[in-house]
Each structure stands twice: as structure tokens, then as C-alpha cells.
Design a protein around this ligand. Structure first.
Ligand code: ATP
Length: 218
């Protein structure tokens, strides 16, 4: 049996479909599986390799060659039983990298216990991200783990015209400005000698409360 570098995506709801189409746009081969004929039909043009099968069935998974994949994503959310059974079947097949979508914390804990290597919470994470972008000067907000975040924000007025080193961003706010984007330009790596101008975008890395406080400066 050969080992395949393409990615197995199970479940073609909005999350699974967007994931599969993005992987394809990034140059990866994808095989998608969904038990629903209409869901398969709807994605057959954009995803190409779509198979209708019940992924909770180990036999069905074997028949579609699921055991040959190195990476699989379980994108079933609402049917928690199907999500857990599918994840368990993929673990049993020995797939070395299994990602699974969870809709609640207990669901995620069970997926992890069953053997998923990475559990994602798209609805929860997007809620957190959107809430932050509604406040202050935050444009984008990414939680890297429980402690650290990346925030895209604008330059606060009090730092306009200053060098990053001169403004003592690291010691005063305990955050690092990683890169800066001038209006109409591209992001470039920031150094101590980078000038911060009003209207520039910056990406800030730091502990949650510290980075949020920086993004809230006037
Ligand atoms: P999303 O929030 O991503 O739009 P959804 O809420 O529409 O998802 P989910 O219950 O998360 O629905 O299911 C996603 C997809 O998984 C659906 O297209 C569904 O047909 C498919 N699915 C559910 N159970 C199975 C299964 N046992 N085998 C294969 N696919 C399944």
C-alpha cells in the first residue's frame, strides 16, 4: 500500500468545503468524503475527487483507501457521534496526522482522548477573533496558545513619528512589533530603527493582556 501526500477531508459542510478548496488552491491534492449525495454533488466541480461514503464505517474507510493517507481532517461537527466514530476509525487505520473539528470543549476533549492529533474549534475561535476586531484599533487577532497572541493594529497617536527603539515598545508595553506596513505598501520586518507613522499597520506579538493593552492605546 502506498503512502499518499494528499489530504483526506471528511465532511463537506461549510468548514470542510472551505478547507478542501483552500488546500487545493495551495497546490495540494485532496480526496473528500461525505455521506450525503447532495453535499458530494455540490463540491464535485471545485474539489474533483469526492467520494460518497459513511466515514463512521471502518470498512467503508478502508474501501476508499483512507488508510493510505498521512493526513486526514474530520470536518464533521454537529453530529458528534459521527465525528468521534470517524476519528476513532482513522486512528485505528494508523493515520499519523489527524485533525478534527470540535464544536464544544467536551467534544474536543473526547476527540483528543480518542486520538486526534490536533483539535480545532472554528466557531469558538472565530467568535473570539471577531469580538476583538470590534474593539479598539484591532484589525486582526490570532490566539497562538492560551497565553500569546498576534494582533494586527494601527500605530497609536502617541508613538507617531518615533523609532521603535526610541519608543521603548518592548520595555514599556512588554510586546514586540514584528512588522510594519506603510499605506499602500507591504509588510516589512520591523527593527529598532523602524519609524512608526500614523496610518501604518503593525503586527504585535505578546501576552494577551499586554498586546491588547497596546492595541487599545490612543
Ligand atoms: P459546517 O458548520 O461546516 O457547515 P454543518 O453544520 O453543515 O457543517 P456537520 O454536521 O458539521 O454540518 O457536517 C458536515 C458534513 O459532514 C455534512 O456535509 C455531512 O453530510 C457530513 N457528514 C456527517 N456525518 C457523516 C458521516 N458519517 N460520514 C461522512 N460524512 C458525514
Amino acid at each position: 500500500m502506498g503512502i499518499r501526500d494528499d489530504i483526506l477531508v471528511i465532511g463537506l459542510g461549510r468548514f470542510g468545503q472551505a478547507l478542501a478548496e483552500t488546500l487545493i488552491s495551495l497546490g495540494h491534492e485532496v480526496m473528500a468524503v461525505d455521506s450525503d449525495a447532495a453535499a458530494c454533488q455540490a463540491c464535485s466541480q471545485t474539489i474533483g475527487h469526492v467520494v460518497q461514503a459513511d466515514a463512521t464505517s471502518p470498512d467503508a474507510l478502508r474501501q476508499v483507501g483512507a488508510g493510505e493517507f498521512r493526513t486526514a481532517v474530520v470536518a464533521i461537527g454537529n453530529d458528534i457521534q459521527a465525528s468521534i466514530m470517524t476519528t476513532y476509525a482513522l486512528v485505528d487505520l494508523g493515520i499519523p496526522r489527524i485533525w478534527a473539528k470540535a464544536i464544544t470543549a467536551p467534544h474536543g476533549a473526547i476527540l483528543q482522548r480518542v486520538g486526534a492529533h490536533r483539535v480545532v474549534f472554528p466557531e469558538r475561535d472565530m467568535g473570539v477573533r471577531v469580538a476583538h476586531t470590534m474593539l479598539g484599533r484591532t484589525i486582526d487577532y490570532v490566539e497562538l496558545d492560551d497565553e500569546f497572541v498576534l494582533i494586527e493594529t494601527t500605530v497609536p497617536k502617541q508613538l507617531a513619528g518615533k523609532l521603535i527603539g526610541e519608543a521603548q515598545v518592548r520595555s514599556r508595553w512588554e510586546v514586540s512589533i514584528l512588522c510594519v506596513k506603510r499605506p499602500g505598501g507591504k509588510f516589512t520586518y520591523a527593527t529598532q530603527d523602524t519609524v512608526l507613522n500614523l496610518g501604518d499597520l503593525v503586527v504585535v506579538f505578546g501576552q494577551k493582556r499586554k498586546a491588547e493593552a497596546f492595541a487599545d492605546l490612543d
